[in-house]
Design a protein around this ligand. Structure first.
Ligand SMILES: C[S@@+](CC[C@H](N)C(=O)[O-])C[C@H]1O[C@@H](n2cnc3c(N)ncnc32)[C@H](O)[C@@H]1O
Length: 280
């Protein structure tokens, strides 16, 4: 079969077909249009066919080609980690804005703790932008941390230390951070979305923390105070319908300057607050 034939008869979206075919042939998409008559070898066709079947069964393209773009990074992604979402770029943007405003151009070392790093997406984006940030990134999954370490190496950042930890368990209370950052699992365990679309293929531990969906968020809000500097801030991503509840938890736990930010779809997505009435 020729490239042209395969592109015309895949049964899936043309763009996705191109991405999968380019991955199988280890070429870029432009190549497919430059050499449409090129015939696939038996082996290449077999690999393409297997991957197409995966896609037809609903597997997200990122898991098939084992990579995903996030921020300006190309990340390795396997089924051991959540596929980084565009909404999470908002979290990176807010933190960079906040700390850029604080540094006002002066190169200052800030200490960050990212909980639940998964593929390392958030920490690596921050580390790449600010090589002087001193970042500790944790996850309960050692398999996820191995992917995150590989991503740190591939993206040539050096300022992240990865630690396996159940939330704060392995972090000493004597360690104090300028910011604690987390995109935790926040979907309620009986939410029907978990059995639909891409979510079916992602690690359950990355998606749901329990019955209400707020268990991890609540735990982090309550405990982060013990690990923040007096001027420190907590930044949390959450579900589009959890903004008010999360802000209330921040209030109940006596955080100050609480703000909810909306994503590109105009949905509440990130809430943050500080321990004391620090300058914003
Ligand atoms: C929603 S994913 C976020 C991944 C990544 N930070 C991102 O934004 O793409 C949540 C992560 O929480 C981790 N996790 C779940 N329970 C945890 C726990 N008790 N302690 C630490 N990490 C946990 C999962 O392994 C998963 O990597």
């Amino acid at each position: 079969m020729s490239i042209k034939n395969l592109l015309q008869n895949s049964g899936i979206d043309k763009f996705e077909t191109e991405i999968i075919l380019a991955y199988v042939l280890q070429v870029n998409r432009a190549y497919l249009h430059t050499y449409p008559e090129r015939e696939l070898t038996q082996q290449e066709y077999g690999k393409y066919f297997d991957n197409l079947q995966h896609r037809l069964s609903g597997m997200p393209v990122a898991y098939i080609i084992q990579q995903k773009e996030f921020w300006s990074l190309n990340l390795k992604i396997t089924q051991d980690v959540l596929i980084p979402r565009p909404e999470t770029e908002l979290l990176v943007e807010i933190i960079l804005d906040k700390f850029r405003a604080l540094t006002r151009g002066v190169s200052t070392t800030y200490r960050f703790l990212e909980l639940a790093t998964g593929s390392g997406a958030i920490s690596i984006a921050l580390a790449k932008d600010h090589p002087n940030f001193d970042i500790t990134a944790t996850d309960i999954s050692e398999k996820a941390l191995n992917i995150a370490r590989e991503n740190q190496q591939n993206n040539q950042t050096k300022n992240i230390k990865f630690i396996q930890s159940n939330w704060f368990a392995k972090i000493k209370t004597t360690e104090k951070f300028d910011a604690i950052i987390c995109n935790p699992p926040y979907i309620a365990e009986n939410d029907p979305h978990l059995t639909q679309g891409d979510l079916r293929f992602e690690p359950k531990i990355a998606l749901t923390p329990g019955k209400t969906g707020l268990e991890a968020i609540e735990h982090i809000i309550k405990n982060a105070k013990n690990y923040l500097l007096q001027s420190g801030r907590l930044f949390l991503e959450h579900g589009y319908d959890q903004g008010e509840k999360v802000a209330r938890l921040f209030q109940e736990n006596k955080y100050e300057q609480i703000k909810i930010k909306k994503d590109l779809k105009n949905l509440p997505r990130v809430t943050f607050g500080s321990l004391s009435d620090v300058q914003s």
